[in-house]
Design a protein around this ligand. Structure first.
Ligand SMILES: [Zn+2]
Length: 463
């Protein structure tokens, strides 16, 4: 009988490993990133859970959640007492691949002393391809006391892509098998703050905030702040965003969920909100006002205005007439996008306009798109379209001397110049959504207050 078989803790080795990895990950964070404090993170995680953040980001919520609640198996005393016949002891080891590692040296450090396993990894294509010996990569393995491999796992990155797959090599009754599975990503929320000294990107670099998060900060505040010309020294920001991890390894940043930006003394706040059951979300001010512009400036990408909204000698009629829209020159076939969310009010031909689509938007706004070569397939009157959806293609049907889009922006049926008219923000949240949104927003403002308080303490302390 071996003393080791008396397990005083009613927790399996696997469970213990999970727990210690979790704790490591948790407390390791403060080193890796400028998390305000572990307790603040805990608060954040709890609060987000309670506030029901999951519906706002179904993409993240759909990810498999790592279950750490397993049934605890009570040690079987009979097994333990049976001389030498106790349950097998196993260990999970984790190692980072070092520069110059060979498969043999890596396996040795992982405690694997198993010729069959080594031979399998060398000969199996999936295993061999996936387990590239790239320095810095983490590999985990479970072995028994004799060094026999039970399983081995690592994240797989294809050609520099984000590692979203795992390789699992496991022992079964008839030898080893290697398989790839979607990585079980763990979602975390991070809170960071930064001070503007020169540019936003310099500040986010200093705060170790990923570039994709910095770009999202620009997007979320672009209705209020021109990041190219408005930034001042002394401006500062706070941001909450998702990150995805696996086995303590950072995989990728996710969406910015909330942000606060103080520019020249004025503080702007923005919160991501997605209505339950919807797959599209948007940023809102804490009052529920949408921060998205209701209409795109141009329904086609990369174009030039060939004729503005003004009096002009009509190119076909040869008389002076008010041009009631803006012409965008573009090659025939260029996709035309709905400039705002709306419903198709007309799709068909109208003499001068040729093939034309009219969209009715919320309130009293409508837009018209003329001279199309063809409509988007299946576009029908009464159909809902979202901002950016393709509704047709540039052509020269109707009265046109060359391929271009004739674009009209109408308020109460009256054409207005889309280049100078005040473009409203997108529709605010409906009253029914506003209450739910306010709970989320209040939680965020509370978090920013905590972050700000912590920032001030840090600044005082560093003087
Ligand atoms: Zn025109």
């Amino acid at each position: 009988m071996r003393a080791a078989h008396f397990n005083p803790y009613p927790i399996s080795q696997d469970n213990f490993m999970h727990l210690s990895l979790l704790l490591q990950k948790f407390f390791g964070l403060s080193r890796k990133s400028r998390i305000v404090s572990a307790s603040a993170l805990l608060l954040t995680l709890c609060a987000f859970g309670a506030a029901g953040f999951a519906p706002m980001a179904p993409d993240a919520a759909d990810l498999p959640v790592k279950a750490i609640t397993e049934e605890l198996q009570l040690p079987n005393v009979a097994d333990q007492l049976a001389d030498g016949e106790g349950p097998e002891q196993t260990y999970i080891n984790e190692e980072k691949i070092r520069p110059g590692d060979s498969l043999a040296s890596l396996l040795t450090r992982l405690g694997v002393d198993d010729d069959a396993a080594a031979a399998f990894i060398k000969s199996d294509r999936t295993a061999h391809d996936a387990l590239q010996l790239k320095a810095g990569k983490t590999v985990q393995a479970q072995v028994n006391e004799d060094g026999e491999l039970k399983w081995l796992t690592t994240l797989v990155a294809d050609n520099g892509d984000l590692p979203e797959k795992s390789l699992v090599i496991s022992r079964s009754s008839n030898g080893f098998k290697a398989s790839e599975a979607p990585a079980r990503l763990e979602r975390r929320l991070e809170m960071h703050s930064g001070d503007i000294k020169s540019s936003l990107f310099a500040a986010t670099d200093t705060a170790q905030i990923p570039d994709s998060v910095a770009s999202q900060i620009v997007d979320m505040f672009s209705t209020d702040i021109d990041f190219a010309s408005d930034l001042r020294r002394g401006d500062h920001f706070e941001v909450v965003y998702e990150t995805f991890w696996q086995n303590g390894e950072f995989v990728r940043p996710g969406r910015v969920l909330a942000g606060e930006f103080t520019n020249a003394g004025t503080t702007y706040q923005s919160v991501w909100y997605q209505e339950p059951g919807s797959n599209q979300g948007s940023y809102y001010g804490v009052d529920g006002r949408s921060l998205k512009k209701a209409f795109l400036k141009s329904p086609i990408a990369f174009t030039r205005i060939s004729s503005g909204f003004s009096m002009r000698l009509h190119p076909i009629l040869g008389i002076w007439k008010q041009h009631k829209g803006v012409d965008f020159a573009a090659p025939a076939g260029t996709p035309i996008h709905a400039s705002g969310d709306g419903v198709v009010d007309f799709v068909g031909q109208q003499n001068g306009y040729g093939n034309v689509v009219v969209l009715k938007h919320w309130s009293n706004y409508s837009t018209a798109y003329g001279h199309m070569s063809r409509f988007a397939p299946k576009l029908r009157k009464g159909m809902r379209v979202s901002q950016g959806d393709i509704i047709g293609y540039v052509g020269m049907t109707g009265w046109a001397t060359g391929p271009h889009l004739h674009y009209e922006f109408r308020i109460n049926q009256e054409p207005r110049d889309p280049m100078t008219v005040h473009i409203p923000n997108a529709q605010p949240l409906a009253a029914s959504e506003l209450q739910r949104f306010k709970t989320v927003a209040a939680d965020m403002t509370h978090r920013f207050a905590l972050l700000m308080a912590d920032r001030k303490t840090t600044q005082v302390a560093s003087r």
